[in-house]
Every structure is written in C-alpha cells, then in structure tokens.
Unconditional design. Structure first.
Length: 421
C-alpha cells in the first residue's frame, strides 16, 4: 500500500514542471514582503485576494502554457507576429525594468536573511548568491538545472509549517477568505500590489518559454500544430501541472498572510518593509524556529525566483529581436540571450549597492506589474484565441472566459488605484 502511494507520488512529481516552478517562483522574496505587509497591516482582511486570484491566475498561466506548447514558440514571438511590434517592444522594455528591480530586491532580501542567520555581511552574501545563480544558469545542463529548480520548490513548505507553529484565530481567518474588505486607499494600493505580485507578467513569458523548451528537448515532441496526435496527453499534463503549481503558490501566499496576521498584526507591528524584517519581527513573537523557517524560505525561494526573473526577460527580449534563445544553448551559442540574463543579474547587484531604496522600488514595481500586466494579458488572450497562431487548438470557451475575467479584474484594480490616488 505504502509502496503504491510512493510510486504514485513519484509519478505525479515527474509530471510537474513548468507550472510548479512558475507557481513557486511567484512566491519570491519580493512576493513574501508584499504578502507579509498585507498580513501585518490588514490582518486577515485581505485573505480573500488569494481565493479570488487562484482561478484567474491559473487561467492566465494555462493560456501562456498553451501558446508555448501549441506553437513551439514563446509568448513574445507570438505577440510580435500578431501585434504592432513597437507596442510589444515597449511592453518588453517595461518587463525588463520591473524584473531588474525585482532581482535587486530579491537578492538584497536573500543577503539580509543570510546575515540574520549567520551574522556575515549582507552585501557579500548578495553578491555570492547572484554569481552562483548566474553560473548555474550559464553552465549547468538544462535538464539538471530544471530538476534543481523543481526540487527548490520544496523550500516553500517552510511557510506552510509556519501556520502550524503560531496561534491562529481560524474563524477570523476563514471570514477573511470569503468576506472582502477594502479599508481605504492604502488597501486599494496594497491589493493592486498583491495582484501584481501574484499575476505577474514575467510568469507569463517564463511558462510559455518553458513549454517551448520541453518541445525542443524531447526528440518525440513537436508543436501541436504539427503533431495534433500529441494534444490530448500534452493538455492533460499542462492542466495538472498548472492547477497544482498555482495552488501551491496561493496556499503559500495564504500561509504567509495568515502567519504575519496572527503574529505581527496581532502585536501591533503593522509596518513591514522587507521579507527579512518580517523574519526578524517574528522571532520574539513566534520563537526561534519560526524565524529560522522564514529566513530559510527567503533564501530558497530567492534562489528559485532570481533565475526565473532574469530568464523571462531574456526570452522576451531575445524572441522580439529574433535571437537564438534557450537554456539548452551554450553561452557562446546564444550570446544575446545570456547577455540579457547577465545584465539583469548584475544590475540587480548594483541596485543593492546603490542609494536607491530597493524596497520602495520593489513595492511600486509590483504596482507597475499590476498595471503593465493588463495590456500583456489582452495581447496573450488575443494570441490564444487566434486560429492563425493556434490552428485548431485555440483556447476553450472556459479558458477564454476566465482569462478575460482575469484581465478585467486586473484592469479594474489598476483603474481603482489610479482613481483613489
């Protein structure tokens, strides 16, 4: 019985890939900081945002996965083929800027967490994490690298464990999940930041590109427009992978918000600037073990998210420029692609050493992501609905409904933020 369950678990884990890594990368140190701020400032009042975003996030990521698997090309390439190219270029530039700020803030959070745990220099840890991430992306074979990213998702269990360590008023938490509360313009901006860090543009480009990589690496796989017989198995795997990955992402975000609401908000600590601040504030309230779990989670998720951020920007820029792209390529075979990865990572280090406040920049980059996501989502839904791009594998009616609903919700949140400002 136990052997059978283990075999089924192993088989399930083997089917998971781009969707699981995408969902886990969504809970990066910047996301942790945003969710911690929401929990600390508003208690359980914004938990409903995670319930709302799950079906919407899943639909958007599933649409991006469909585009990559059906066409064998990434999202940027498909957008460039169907839309006004200067518009696509402008969106890609905004993506690169937001991703670079995110990388800088994530690296800074990882360095601060390591400093808290060991007492070393935060800046030196930041540089070490950045260089290690860059070298792994450039020189580790893609299959091993993809497997490493998948195993890194297990670090997210630290935040699930946190909920079982602290005392939680579950009646209040359940109410927060089902009864929306929006208390003032600060809450509106925070909601847009939560949406922006949950339904993030870089995740669209990443998952689409990873589906493209799967086709390129599997000698039996071909784009579904050329091999329609593979569609049933491919769509089944993508649905399982994406639904599971987004569930992991949102459950972890819920755990972070619940944990910080039950401790920091309850103790009156309503202002959290960084994920490391949240870890430090937790120690006297929830104990040393909670502090260690939170800190390890920051480092683990950062090691997962930094390459995803850099690579999604590289895929987007490379595809719009017609460069050779792919992590299975050697650095000297795809110079432009790897140059973008290196540039984004090095600029991230520069942000950590500059007088620029990465945390304020980070929060507003999440807000910018929430605004920029809207035109990118519109473009993506146009692509996934077009027979000229998808052949007979255009999005189903339910996928189009939830995809366009997600776009409308993001647009409404962005419009509300601009209105209250």
């Amino acid at each position: 019985m136990r052997i059978g369950m283990r075999l089924r678990s192993v088989a399930l884990f083997e089917q998971l890939g781009p969707g699981l890594v995408t969902g886990a990368a969504d809970d990066d140190p910047s996301g942790i900081a945003t969710y911690s701020q929401a929990g600390a400032q508003f208690g359980f009042g914004l938990l409903w945002t995670m319930i709302l975003t799950y079906p919407l996030m899943t639909a958007v990521q599933l649409a991006s996965a469909h585009i990559g698997r059906v066409t064998g090309c990434g999202l940027a390439k498909n957008m460039g083929d169907l839309l006004w190219r200067p518009l696509v270029t402008g969106l890609v530039v905004l993506l690169f800027v937001a991703n670079t700020i995110n990388i800088g803030a994530d690296l800074a959070a990882m360095g601060s967490a390591a400093e808290l745990a060991t007492g070393g220099s935060a800046h030196l840890f930041t540089v070490a994490f950045a260089i290690a991430s860059l070298l792994l992306q450039m020189f580790l074979p893609y299959r091993r690298y993809a497997g490493m990213l998948k195993w890194l998702t297990l670090t997210l269990l630290a935040y699930v464990a946190l909920v079982f360590i602290v005392r939680v008023d579950w009646a209040a938490a359940l109410r927060g999940m089902v009864v929306p509360e929006i208390a003032g313009e600060t809450a509106v901006v925070t909601i847009v930041a939560v949406f922006g860090t949950t339904i993030s543009p870089y995740l669209f480009f990443w998952q689409s590109a990873q589906e493209m990589e799967q086709v390129a690496l599997d000698p039996k796989a071909r784009p579904l427009t050329k091999a329609p017989s593979q569609a049933r198995a491919a769509f089944s795997r993508m649905r399982l992978d994406t639904f599971f990955g987004m569930a992991v992402s949102n459950l972890v975000a819920l755990a972070i918000m619940i944990g910080t609401a039950a401790t920091l908000h309850a103790a009156g600590k309503v202002s959290i600037d960084t994920a490391a601040d949240a870890a430090k504030a937790l120690e006297p309230l929830a104990g040393k073990f909670a502090f260690v779990l939170f800190s390890l989670g920051i480092i683990g998720t950062g090691l997962l998210a930094v390459p995803v951020l850099a690579e999604s920007a590289a895929y987007a820029i490379g595809e719009t420029r017609g460069w050779k792209c792919g992590l299975d390529e050697r650095p000297w075979e795809a110079v432009g692609f790897y140059s973008v990865i290196a540039l984004a990572t090095l600029l991230g280090i520069a942000i950590d050493w500059s007088p620029l406040d990465p945390i304020k920049a980070l929060f507003w980059s999440a807000v910018v992501n929430g605004v920029v996501a809207v035109p990118i989502m519109v473009a993506m839904m146009v692509v996934v609905s077009r027979h000229s791009a998808m052949g007979k594998f255009t999005a189903s009616r339910s996928l189009r409904f939830f995809g366009w609903t997600a776009t409308a919700v993001m647009a409404s949140a962005a419009a509300a933020m601009i209105f209250v400002q």
